[in-house]
Every structure is written in structure tokens, then in C-alpha cells.
Design a protein around this ligand. Structure first.
Ligand SMILES: [Zn+2]
Length: 78
């Protein structure tokens, strides 16, 4: 199964922890724009809640908008 690295998307803007995740798992999580992959234990309860525990990562659902993410997705380089 193809695996690639994503950067932890927990509530800490400083967090740059890489996470190895199967591409199919990542696609499944990101099918919902409020769901993100984080390192286990990184969830910040004020802004996100863990909805799934997986091998090597957790899936959180954000309860507030994520400005950093929006900035990345509107990057004109794409
Ligand atoms: Zn993190």
C-alpha cells in the first residue's frame, strides 16, 4: 500500500511533525473538509476532537475554521 508523509494538522500552528499515512487513509479522512490527521496525543480539545484512532495517527474533526489550511489550499502555485 503506498504510504506518504503528511505534516501533523493539530491545533498547534508550530507543529511540524511528519506522519506516515497510507494514501487511501488520507483520502478517506480528507473527503470531509473538517477532518484532519494528527499525531496521537496532539489533539487540542478547544479546537478539535478525536473521532478515530488509527495505527500511527489519529483523525480529528475541527470545531473552528482553520486559516492555515485555507491559505495552503488557495496557494496560486497549483
Ligand atoms: Zn501536532
Amino acid at each position: 500500500m503506498p504510504v506518504f508523509d503528511v505534516i501533523c494538522e493539530c491545533g498547534s500552528a508550530e507543529c511540524m511533525e511528519p506522519i506516515s499515512v497510507a494514501y487511501s487513509d488520507y483520502e478517506a479522512v480528507r473527503a470531509d473538509s473538517l477532518n484532519f490527521i494528527i499525531k496521537p496525543g496532539h489533539a487540542i480539545e478547544a479546537v478539535e476532537s478525536v473521532i478515530k484512532h488509527e495505527e500511527g495517527f489519529e483523525v480529528v474533526r475541527k470545531s473552528v475554521p482553520v486559516p492555515i489550511r485555507i491559505a495552503l489550499e488557495s496557494d496560486p502555485r497549483g
